[in-house]
Write a protein of this length. Structure first.
Length: 182
C-alpha cells in the first residue's frame, strides 16, 4: 500500500488517520451515550474517565490529518461532478470544522477551570487557581451540542458511503479500504 494518496485511492497514511480516528470517535460517543442512558457505572467510568485524554489525542491527530490533507491536495481521489460532489465536499469540510471546534473549546474550558488538566496521567495543569470565565463559556454553551451534531454528521457520512455502494453503484468505499477499487 503506497504511503501517498492517488486519484484512485487513499494511501496508508490517510487510511491510518481516517480509521484510527474513527475508532477513537467510536470510543468517545459510546462513552457519552452510556453516560446519558445508563448513567455512571464502572463500565461507563472507563469511557468517561478517558474522555478528555482521548479528545486531546483526537485533536492532535486532526492537526496531523489536516496537514496531510494539505500535502496530498490535488492528488487525492476527486469528488464527483455536480451537486452531489459539492455536497460531499461541504460535508467533509463540516466534519473537519467540528473535529477541530468540539475538542478545542473543551480544552480551553479545561485550562480555564480549576480542576487541572491531565493527558493520560501526564499533568498539563495543576488543579487550583482562579477560574477564567471567558475560557469556559464556549464549551459550557456548545461542547455537548456540537459533539452530538458531529455524531449526526458522521452517521450521515456513513449512510452516504453505503448509498454510493448499494444504490448508485459508484463505490467510494474502495478508496478508503482494500487494495483495488471495484
Ligand atoms: C473530538 C473529541 C470530543 C468529542 C467528540 C466530544 C463529545 C462529547 C459529547 C457528545 C459530550 C456529551 C454532552 C452531553 O452530555 O450532552 C461531551 C461531554 C463532555 N466533554 Fe467532550 N468531546 C470531545 C473532546 C473533549 C475534550 C478534549 C475534553 C476536555 C479537555 C472534553 C470534556 C468534556 C466534558 C467535561 C464533558 C461533560 C460536560 C459537557 O457536556 O460539556 N471533551 N463530549
Ligand atoms: C464506519 C465508519 C466510516 C466509513 C465506512 C467511512 C468511509 C469513508 C470513505 C469511503 C471515504 C472516502 C470518500 C471519498 O473519497 O469521497 C471517507 C472519507 C472521509 N471520512 Fe469517513 N468513514 C467512516 C467514519 C468516519 C468518521 C468517524 C469520520 C470523522 C469524524 C470520517 C471523516 C471522513 C473525512 C473527513 C473524509 C475525507 C477524507 C479525509 O480527509 O480523510 N469518516 N470515509
Amino acid at each position: 500500500m503506497p504511503i501517498n494518496d492517488t486519484p484512485i485511492r487513499y494511501g496508508s497514511v490517510s487510511r491510518f488517520l481516517h480509521w484510527g480516528m474513527a475508532l477513537l470517535f467510536l470510543w468517545q460517543f459510546t462513552g457519552m451515550i452510556l453516560k446519558e442512558t445508563i448513567g455512571r457505572t464502572p463500565v461507563t467510568g472507563i469511557f468517561v474517565g478517558s474522555h478528555s485524554s482521548v479528545g486531546m489525542l483526537l485533536l492532535a491527530l486532526l492537526i496531523l490529518r489536516a496537514i496531510w490533507a494539505f500535502v496530498e491536495f490535488g492528488h487525492r481521489p476527486p469528488y464527483h461532478g455536480g451537486i452531489i460532489g459539492k455536497l460531499a465536499a461541504i460535508g467533509h469540510v463540516a466534519l473537519y470544522g467540528l473535529m477541530l471546534i468540539v475538542p478545542s473549546i473543551a480544552l480551553m474550558r479545561a485550562f480555564g477551570g480549576d480542576k487541572g488538566v491531565k493527558f493520560f496521567g501526564l499533568i498539563l495543569k495543576q488543579p487550583g487557581g482562579e477560574k477564567v470565565e471567558w475560557m469556559m463559556a464556549p464549551a459550557n454553551l456548545a461542547h455537548g451540542n456540537l459533539g452530538w451534531i458531529l455524531l449526526l454528521l458522521i452517521i450521515g457520512h456513513v449512510v452516504m458511503v453505503f448509498v454510493h455502494r448499494w444504490l448508485w453503484k459508484d463505490d467510494v468505499l474502495s478508496r478508503m479500504i482494500g487494495s483495488s477499487p471495484r
